[in-house]
Write a protein that binds this ligand. Structure first.
Ligand code: ADP
Ligand code: MG
Length: 231
């Protein structure tokens, strides 16, 4: 059944294939990335020199305790925020070389975050089991339903990279499985890369790569079929 809903969404997005098929380099490369927040006169280092290669057409999960810097890191990979030091390359583009206008165009073209709006939402809502609620206002949806709407909107775009910060936190297991299945198809058929922060064991199990973050540092990166490496 989960396969059927995934097929439905894949059909809706069949035009996604051509521009993504030949892209095989990493979708994101972070080199010695640092981020420090200023709280009054105090500097708080949050990301302390991080090297990450986010593989193309893979599902990457970012794992780490609360306060370890997951949201900060995802915001930088998603080009919502800029690092203080180090280099970020997304979709073969050195993000630091773009001004704010160019960056927002770049984001719109290449990156979907689960909070962004998109087109073709109704069919995608249907695909994740929400079509009967599509007419409802967001305020009338439960937390879990809003999560599904957010994922559907992210997938309705034509992104190279979809980023979501703890997206399945409030989902029942059936809905979570449907979303994971849909995402898997998007990875395999359309070579969309996903990076989610999550503590959900089902999400972690579905990942190709798991990045372990602690206190703003990468502890290890585990890649399915590759084993572990330090970056
Ligand atoms: P996680 O998502 O893993 O819980 P965050 O990236 O949200 O971690 O936060 C990492 C650390 O950075 C925390 O100690 C948090 O308090 C701090 N932090 C996050 N955003 C800000 C900010 N805008 N200003 C100051 N400190 C922040
Ligand atoms: Mg967070």
């Amino acid at each position: 059944m989960a396969d059927e809903v995934a097929e439905d969404a894949v059909e809706v997005n069949s035009e996604l294939s051509a521009e993504n098929v030949f892209k095989t380099g990493p979708v994101a490369v972070l080199t010695q990335v640092e981020k420090t927040y200023q709280l009054d006169s105090v500097s708080v280092p949050v990301i302390k020199g991080v090297n990450i290669l986010v593989r193309h057409a893979c599902f990457t999960v970012l794992l780490g305790p609360s306060g370890s810097g997951k949201t900060t890191l995802l915001n930088m990979i998603g080009c919502i925020d800029r690092p203080d030091k180090g280099e970020i390359i997304v979709a073969d583009t050195k993000v630091a070389e773009l001004n704010d206008d160019q960056l927002s165009d770049f984001r719109a073209k290449n990156i979907a975050s689960a909070k962004k709006r998109g087109n073709r939402v109704p069919r995608l809502l249907e695909a994740v089991g929400l079509s009967d609620r599509a007419k409802n206002l967001p305020g009338q949806l439960s937390g879990g339903q809003r999560q599904r709407v957010a994922i559907a909107r992210a997938l309705a775009r034509k992104p190279k990279l979809v980023i979501a910060d703890e997206p399945t936190a409030n989902l029942d297991s059936h809905t979570g499985a449907a979303i994971l299945n849909l995402m898997r198809r998007m990875v395999e058929r359309y070579e969309i890369s996903f990076i989610f922060s999550s503590h959900d064991p089902d999400v972690i199990k579905a990942a190709d790569d798991i990045i372990f973050l602690k206190d703003g540092l990468i502890q290890k990166i585990q890649r399915k079929g590759v084993g572990e490496s330090s970056r």
